[in-house]
Design a protein around this ligand. Structure first.
Ligand SMILES: [Zn+2]
Length: 125
């Protein structure tokens, strides 16, 4: 992820954080200073509507609106070539870290332990 997106992501997590103090405000001001005004502007337009300005991409899907993204967009993000906006919700896109945060372990649904009370047919005399 390029520095710009990292800054945006940091900004968003600070501004959406429920606990803000003076140092948060200073950090926010500092980040806003680093990010180009037109990008902060777009981010703010989303924010005032209560939306997050950034959405992670997971499995080629925008987590903001759950629309599938074109492969070209994913490739651009992968190569860090440019910032990308989601076509449907207008959020800035970033690739979610691919490290499996929650390992998907397919635990088979616990079957009710059915006693294998299969009686053998005992041939009684
Ligand atoms: Zn979207």
């Amino acid at each position: 992820m390029n520095e710009l997106m990292q800054n945006l992501l940091k900004l968003q997590s600070l501004e959406f954080s429920p606990t803000q103090d003076d140092s948060t405000a200073a950090l926010i001001a500092e980040l806003r200073d680093k990010i180009p005004p037109q990008i902060v502007g777009h981010y703010d337009r989303l924010r005032v509507r209560g939306k997050k300005g950034l959405a992670a991409v997971q499995n080629q899907v925008c987590t903001g609106c759950h629309m599938r993204l074109p492969l070209a967009v994913i490739m651009t993000l992968k190569h860090d070539q440019d910032i990308q906006l989601c076509d449907s919700c207008g959020r800035y896109l970033y690739l979610a870290p691919e490290a499996p945060a929650a390992p998907i372990t397919e635990t088979p649904a616990a079957k009710p332990a059915r006693k294998s009370a299969r009686r053998k047919k005992v041939a009684k005399p």
